[in-house]
Design a protein around this ligand. Structure first.
Ligand code: ISL
Ligand code: CA
Length: 552
């Protein structure tokens, strides 16, 4: 039987702090803003909160470039606010995860500044600094485009490695002194009172330090650095040590950002002896993980999506997401255009919450926030968008198609401010928001949905309460999962079972009605339509109807 860790019965929520709630009118969300919304999250049924980075940062990559790991960026508040936040979270019996970004830091971090001053000294060895040679620079392309090698400022013949932006130099995990420094910092935060971490870009920490070239994959002659990461072994030594030195002694909850479409890493990473408590299940939302899926997802195919999910459900207890700060809004990616409605959004939410795994909601998901509208490339703030656009052009898209592509997949879609009200700037700020509010805030906002029983928000509240209910909580947390009615292309159905309890989840993920002969009858225990229609042994499902039956 599956291990019954406490967190498996919980529901988690990601806060992207810049866009959550501003408290002082500077247009940037902050810690006091988060504190002011804790009751809202509690009422929604959230137990675990993950906050994207709030450390001191020049914000080249919105906080994923850290210049001091042990202080809070002034745009978010200060250490006292952080203390306050931790206390307020605990007071509500909730848990707090910070974002652990240790593949790289900021080029403004004192370590890197010291490395520039003395590349061959102690801090030079905290980074990958190499002499120019026939191997350096090699042909690896950074995740945000261009070479991973950048000349070290002030040193003609030296280069440093960055797998993301050039302002994010990679930390040298091969160096035991660097690792010690990281462990000290991680333990400091755990001692401070946080409950664990979401762990950023962790697969990047182990490099092929022979710096071999790989076959180019685009006209720029470079190859995505992910190719090297995929083929390099030995990361387990670092991750095992990190676990033993930090996570284990603190009994921390850890969620790895691990891309693993083949599933080969599941057992090693999140099995009984795994490095992390769990890791995100990205397969169904990150199109580039699958050959050809990108184009198919543009005309969304429920069968492909469902089968990707079913393939890995049994392998491990993953963290389930339909969106995050790096991906489009789930309601825009996973619901065909034109089908957006209370029913489709609630169906998507039900799948997110009732599958096996730890569900993560992303801020605004609970009110059905959608992708936004961009009028030109200037509308984007994200450092990743330039290369996304170039890649689309390289792929053969026209400039119009390439713009449509980044508008659909761009990370800024998920980074617009949370829509709290239909007032000025959607109630996010009294000033000018750092990122434009999605123009649909008049229709889609928290305040309006609180007042309406049949809103998406109130549906999510009932859904989360159902998932955690006395009667079915153990079943959803610890129960098995078996796919059902798989030969029906638009039916998303599965059985969950635990001890002698069994439920059937049924969803007609389509805009057309569907009559389905049932193998077994049961009591209706959860729905997204006011009425359920049976005809003999069949159930007549309306568009995007969800029905959960108790079969026990
Ligand atoms: O964003 C992506 C694609 O849209 C990914 O390739 C992303 O770069 C990758 O998932 C790593 O993401 C994490 O680390 C990055 C940061 O920009 C992302 O926001 C973060 O989630 C660098 O720290
Ligand atoms: Ca602010």
């Amino acid at each position: 039987m599956m291990k019954q860790d406490w967190w498996k019965k919980k529901v988690a929520y990601q806060i992207y702090p810049k866009s959550f709630q501003d408290s002082n009118g500077d247009g940037i969300g902050d810690l006091p803003g988060i504190i002011s919304r804790l009751d809202y999250l509690k009422e929604l049924g959230i137990d675990i909160i993950w906050i994207s980075p709030i450390y001191q940062s020049p914000m080249v990559d919105q906080g994923y470039d850290i210049s001091d790991y042990q202080s809070i960026d002034p745009c978010f508040g200060d250490m006292e606010d952080m203390r306050h936040l931790v206390d307020e979270v605990k007071k509500r019996d909730m848990y707090l995860l910070m974002d652990l970004v240790v593949n790289h830091c900021s080029d403004q971090h004192p370590w890197f500044q010291e490395a520039i001053r003395d590349p061959f000294g102690k801090y030079g060895n905290y980074f990958y600094i190499e002499k120019k040679s026939d191997k350096i620079p090699n042909n690896w392309r950074s995740q945000f485009g261009g070479s991973v090698w950048e000349p070290l400022p002030g040193h003609k013949d030296l280069y440093y490695l960055h797998t993301f932006a050039k302002e994010q130099p990679d930390l040298n995990w091969e160096n035991p002194d660097l690792r010690e420094e990281i462990y000290r910092m991680v333990n400091w935060w755990l001692d401070f009172g946080i409950d664990g971490f979401r762990i950023d870009a962790i697969m990047n920490i182990k490099k092929n330090i022979a710096w071999d070239n790989y076959p180019a994959d685009r006209p720029d002659g470079l190859v995505s650095v992910s190719k090297m990461l995929k083929e390099t072994t030995g990361i387990g030594e670092f991750l095992g040590e990190l676990k033993r030195r930090c996570f284990e002694p603190h009994n921390a909850l850890t969620v790895g950002e691990v891309f693993d479409p083949t599933g080969e890493r599941t057992e090693e990473f999140i099995g009984e002896e795994g490095y992390f408590s769990t890791m995100f299940f990205f397969d169904p939302i990150v199109p580039f993980l699958h050959d050809g899926l990108e184009t198919r997802l543009q005309t969304f195919d429920v069968k492909i999506w469902r089968d990707i999910i079913f393939r890995k459900q049994k392998q491990g207890f993953f963290a389930n997401v339909i969106e995050n700060h790096d991906q489009p809004r789930g309601a825009s990616l996973l619901i065909p255009e034109g089908d957006y409605s209370f029913y489709s959004v609630s169906a998507l939410g039900s799948i997110n919450l009732l599958l096996r795994g730890l569900p993560f909601l992303y801020q605004g998901q609970e009110i059905g926030m959608t992708n936004t509208v961009f009028s030109s490339l200037d509308d984007f703030d994200d450092t990743a968008v330039g290369d996304q656009y170039k890649e689309a052009i390289d792929f053969g898209y026209t400039p119009e198609e390439a713009f449509a592509f980044v508008s659909r997949y761009g990370r800024d879609n998920a980074r617009t401010p949370v829509q709290w009200t239909d007032g000025e700037q959607a109630g996010f700020t009294t000033g000018i928001p750092w990122q434009k509010v999605n123009p649909n805030y008049k229709e889609i906002n928290v305040e309006a949905q609180e007042k309406e029983y049949g809103s998406i928000l109130n549906f999510y509240r009932r859904l989360i309460a159902f998932r955690k209910s006395e009667q079915y909580g153990d079943l959803f947390a610890y129960g098995d999962m078996n796919a059902k009615y798989e030969s029906e292309d638009t039916i998303f159905a599965f059985e969950r079972s635990y001890n002698d309890q069994r439920i059937l989840f049924l969803c007609n993920y389509s805009a057309d009605k569907k009559k389905l002969e049932l193998e077994e009858q049961g009591n209706v225990i959860f729905v997204n339509y006011p009425q359920t229609t049976f005809e003999g042994n069949a159930i007549c499902l309306k568009p995007y109807e969800v029905v959960v039956l108790d079969l026990s």
